[in-house]
Design a protein around this ligand. Structure first.
Ligand code: NAP
Length: 243
């Protein structure tokens, strides 16, 4: 393993936005570990694409909401690669519905997968980055966590929590040369948004199109690798939807 190649973990890196982030980091010369929950076929396909870019890539199946599994996975990554330079906390789900009809399971599933997971994954990795005296963390928030979305109280809460975590950790970890930022995507074309009324949404977006996963990935790569004097920021990548 080459010492100067950076090692990145992208949670939920097998499909959608996470896949695009993994590919962008691989193009920039990183060895990328992607995580996924169940769709092995998509994960294997993405690993092949990463390898074709010269990345020493690997897919790891674990539920980011399960602390024990996350800790075992982080240990395995460090045993294999020797370090972790970049963490993209991207895995996420939606369980939309009006709050008055939202059952506790749908609330907890979204908070556990989208927010508590960031604690489980970041806590052991931050310890590694502190020892390394370097690192970059990018959290995948959402415009829902900034302006609140009717029908997404669980998701908006989780994403607002991620933004708070981003700012607090940026302050705690800056002295160890670790930067922590967040991206807040608008409506991006992935499996997560495929059933939404696209025409109605596009009408409200100043740039008059939905985003592509690559629009987010370029920003993640910028924050992870290029933005050496940026920490604690939330970058909206939403075609101008939230201005
Ligand atoms: P997606 O296409 O549904 O992909 C989700 C990815 O997360 C998949 O790789 C999935 O793995 C993985 N995943 C889901 N639950 C997991 C778990 N418990 N443990 C490990 N991995 C898990 O979603 P996306 O649209 O790319 O969204 C990615 C992130 O961007 C999410 O945090 C989402 O909230 C955020 N975001 C998306 C949009 C948008 O418009 N799409 C907007 C704002 C923010 P499997 O394939 O194995 O299930």
């Amino acid at each position: 393993m080459s010492e100067d190649r950076k090692v990145a973990l992208v949670t939920g890196g097998s499909r959608g936005i996470g896949r695009a982030c993994a590919l962008e980091l691989a193009k920039a010369g990183c060895d990328v570990v992607i995580n996924y929950a169940g769709n092995e076929e998509a994960a294997n396909k993405t690993v092949e694409e990463l390898k074709a870019l010269g990345s020493n890539a690997k897919a790891m199946k674990f539920d980011v909401a399960n602390q024990e599994l996350v800790e075992a996975a982080v240990k395995e990554i460090v045993d294999t690669y020797g370090k972790i330079d970049i963490l993209v906390n991207n895995a996420g789900i939606t369980r939309d519905g009006l709050f008055m009809r939202m059952n506790a399971q749908n609330w907890l599933d979204v908070i556990n997968t989208n927010l508590n997971s960031a604690y489980y994954v970041t806590n052991p990795i931050a310890k590694i980055m502190i020892k390394q005296r370097s690192g970059a963390i990018v959290n995948m928030a959402s415009i829902s966590g900034i302006y609140g979305n009717a029908g997404q109280a669980n998701y908006s809460t989780a994403k607002a929590g991620l933004i708070g975590m981003t700012k607090a950790l940026a302050k705690e970890l800056a002295s160890r040369n670790i930067r922590v930022n967040a991206v807040a995507p608008g409506f991006i074309q992935t499996d997560m948004t495929k059933d939404l009324p696209q025409e109605q949404i596009v009408d409200k977006i100043p740039l008059k199109r939905l985003g592509e996963p690559e629009d987010i990935a370029k920003t993640v790569k910028f924050l992870a690798l290029d933005a050496t004097y940026i920490t604690g920021q939330v970058i909206g990548v939403d075609g101008g939807l939230v201005i």
